[in-house]
Design a protein around this ligand. Structure first.
Ligand SMILES: [Zn+2]
Length: 569
């Protein structure tokens, strides 16, 4: 009996082909499928299971792919952005105690992830893995198989593979566009040519490595979708007017066709032995032009603590000037540039402050956070306990009440306590309050004006949204199930990890946040293969800001890349 059940288990262990399309959204893909541009994706979807896939908050590649890597929420894995978000961290780029703006800390990498990774669990179970271009994998670490690191690999890094000698044996390969190419100032034709070139190289390497052996789990992430959509989202979103882009529409759509051909090749090589999962780390939508000005928001939230004595007089004097500011500006502007006056005004304001009750942080284009400046931090002004809770509630109410002066409509549509968004030991590494803006608005952190809403044209056409994609196909997958968009029971990205472990017959650690997506799986398969669990996978928590970078130059390079990508101001 025992031998027989073991044999069954072996037969039932599924091999996995995981393909990531970074930032893919059904908003765009549905239209492209209808037009016949994505025949392979359409077939996988028609034969299998598909659903919207919820990303992390914020829906950004670093936390989202880390949730995929660990099967856990950011409160457990500790990654909230491409950089450490805590403004009081020793490595944060502080701008002084009196500023209301929280600025990014150290850039994260694979060593910042405070939890077991799925490939560690699979490697320990003796499974053979290949990982290509998964963000957050640099610096590479030993794996039972091979790894080519992904986004956040420093440009020019020599060690970007495991084993290290794999790098020399690869055909020509590029991890990503270079920083200058990502600022989207290059001519369209040149940008599209480069996207296709990088994509072709990645496809070639993926196919070559896939052929090397019958991998138990093969993962390749294509980031070209994200790069393309930041610049050309309007072309593929049927809700947008793309008439002025008509001349390059066919070329943009061709990139998706090329992706579908790469998918076709991989699926063909995989055959029936594999279950195929196609997923994105987040979705996409149009970028906003109206921007909520954080400087004006800070005033409105009354974040500043005024000083006493002579400094108070400065503030009073400033307030008097302020009332007749317009007149004074009008009088002085011909003599002194307005920019200078604004700067002088900002300087006076800062002088008149003793500190801030809280700091604002931009977590993503339309997602903000508030850090309360408790006395636990240097220069803190708010006592922990009841005074902290009272201020937090007050700030949440003020945030929810912020309206667009032009339309009277609320700007902030969701305000939450951090413990209502995250859970786990890193929850306190997140801002005390998380707030989400209406789709029409973005966040402006560099505005000097006192206007609440600024109209600043977006450099990007598209930005991330929370709803991504999941398509599953294979023998273990339930056929012909398509879950509609905007479904409240849609799976989250951490559920994909639990499902992968289950399919590969690896026990699920009990502290995993993700669940097996049973609605996506064949009923008979589920009945014959009960979900196995094991004790916690948690390891001693590393300090997110610990010595994760080899050198200051390396981190400076990464910062430069993030700036070009628009993640840093
Ligand atoms: Zn992106």
């Amino acid at each position: 009996m025992e031998t027989r059940s073991l044999r069954d288990d072996e037969v039932m262990k599924r091999k996995l082909l995981i393909i990531g399309w970074d930032g893919a959204s059904f908003i765009a893909l549905d239209g492209l499928i209808e037009r016949g541009c994505l025949p392979t994706l359409a077939r996988l979807r028609a034969n299998g299971f598909s659903a919207p896939l919820n990303s992390t908050l914020p829906p950004v590649s670093a936390p989202a792919w880390t949730s995929f890597i660990t099967g856990k929420n950011p409160g457990k894995h500790g990654i909230f952005q491409f950089y450490e978000v805590n403004p009081w961290s020793p490595k944060a780029l502080g701008r002084g105690q009196r500023t209301h703006m929280a600025v990014p800390g150290v850039v994260v990498n694979s060593r910042s992830i405070g939890e077991a990774k799925f490939w560690e669990l699979m490697s320990a179970a003796g499974l053979r893995l290949a990982l290509i271009n998964l963000p957050m994998t640099y610096p590479p670490a030993p794996i039972n198989g091979l790894m080519i690191t992904g986004m956040l690999t420093p440009p020019g890094a020599r060690q970007f593979t495991y084993p290290p000698e794999l790098a020399e044996a690869l055909p020509p390969y590029e991890i990503d566009l270079n920083p200058r190419e990502k600022d989207f100032s290059s001519p369209d034709a040149q940008f599209l040519r480069r996207i296709r070139d990088v994509l072709a190289k990645r496809t070639r390497v993926a196919l070559e490595l896939f052929r090397r052996e019958r991998w138990d789990c093969f993962v390749v992430i294509f980031t070209e979708t994200d790069r393309l959509q930041h610049r050309y989202w309007h072309i593929v979103d049927p809700r947008c007017d793309a008439s002025e882009w008509a001349h390059i529409e066919a070329d943009v759509v061709d990139v998706y066709r090329q992706l579908d051909r790469a998918l076709a090749e991989l699926v063909r090589l995989a055959g029936d032995e594999y279950d195929v999962l196609v997923l994105s780390d987040h979705g996409f939508g149009p970028a906003a032009i109206k921007r909520l000005n954080f400087s004006a928001l800070a005033e409105r939230l009354q974040l500043f603590v005024s000083t006493g004595g002579w400094e108070r007089n400065v503030r009073r004097a400033f307030n008097r000037i302020s009332s007749s500011k317009r007149r004074i500006y009008k009088y002085l502007t011909p003599l002194v540039p307005e920019r200078f006056l604004h700067r002088a005004e900002a300087g006076l304001k800062t002088l008149a402050r003793r500190g801030v009750k809280a700091k604002l942080i931009k977590l993503h284009d339309y997602i903000g956070g508030v850090w309360i400046n408790t006395t636990e931090h240097p220069g803190g002004v708010i006592e922990p306990g009841p005074p902290y809770e009272a201020l937090r509630t007050q700030l949440m109410n003020r945030l929810a009440a912020v309206r667009d002066p032009a339309t009277g409509k609320p700007i902030i549509i969701d305000v939450r306590r951090r413990e209502d968004v995250y859970h786990g030991p890193y929850t306190t590494a997140a801002p005390d309050i998380i707030f989400i803006l209406d789709d029409e608005y973005g966040i402006e952190t560099g505005g000097r004006s006192s206007e609440l809403i600024l109209r600043i044209p977006q450099k990007n056409q598209g930005t991330h949204r929370r709803e991504g994609i999941l398509i599953m196909s294979g023998r273990a997958v339930r056929p012909n199930v398509q879950m509609a968009r905007a479904n409240p029971t849609a799976p989250g990205i951490e559920d994909v990890t639990a499902t992968m472990l289950y399919l590969a017959d690896v026990p699920l650690p009990e502290d995993l946040d993700g669940r097996v997506i049973e609605e996506a799986l064949d009923e008979d398969f589920l009945r014959r293969r009960p979900i196995r669990r094991c004790s916690s996978s948690r390891r001693p928590s590393p300090d997110v800001a610990s010595e994760v970078w080899e050198s200051a130059e390396e981190e400076a390079e990464i910062r430069e890349r993030l700036r070009e990508l628009g993640y840093l101001e």
